[in-house]
Write a protein that binds this ligand. Structure first.
Ligand SMILES: [Zn+2]
Length: 114
């Protein structure tokens, strides 16, 4: 019998299989086996916006709060549109092209999918 992954919600080790689903008896969280395998792949960078939606290269986003730009007096206003050029690892994980500003690194936590 293969080892099942721990519950992603409560980290319980008592997960069990039900067809294509994995089920946690402790918090009754259910998730698909395939998703669990995809998530265990460290090469895949999963970046979520302020609402928890997964962001991908090429997504259009809007800024959800005013952002001061370090070393400048400019501010990116809430509601400013941006396009994700690519997603990178790190603190500022979005390499974006911001409307009226040009290329800029943003945090995924300050944008939402447009
Ligand atoms: Zn659980």
């Amino acid at each position: 019998m293969s080892t099942l992954p721990n519950c992603p919600k409560c980290n319980s080790e008592y997960t069990y299989e039900d067809g294509e689903l994995l089920i946690c008896p402790e918090c009754s969280h259910e998730w698909s086996k395939n998703a669990a395998e995809a998530n265990s792949d460290d090469d895949v960078l999963v970046v979520r916006d302020a609402n928890g939606n997964i962001l991908i290269d090429g997504d259009n986003v809007t800024v959800v709060k005013d952002l001061k730009i370090k070393g400048s007096s400019s501010v990116i206003k809430v509601g400013t549109k941006a396009k994700i050029v690519r997603i990178v690892a790190g603190d500022h994980d979005l390499d974006c092209k911001v409307d009226g500003m040009g290329p800029m690194m943003l945090k995924s936590s300050v944008v939402k999918k447009a």
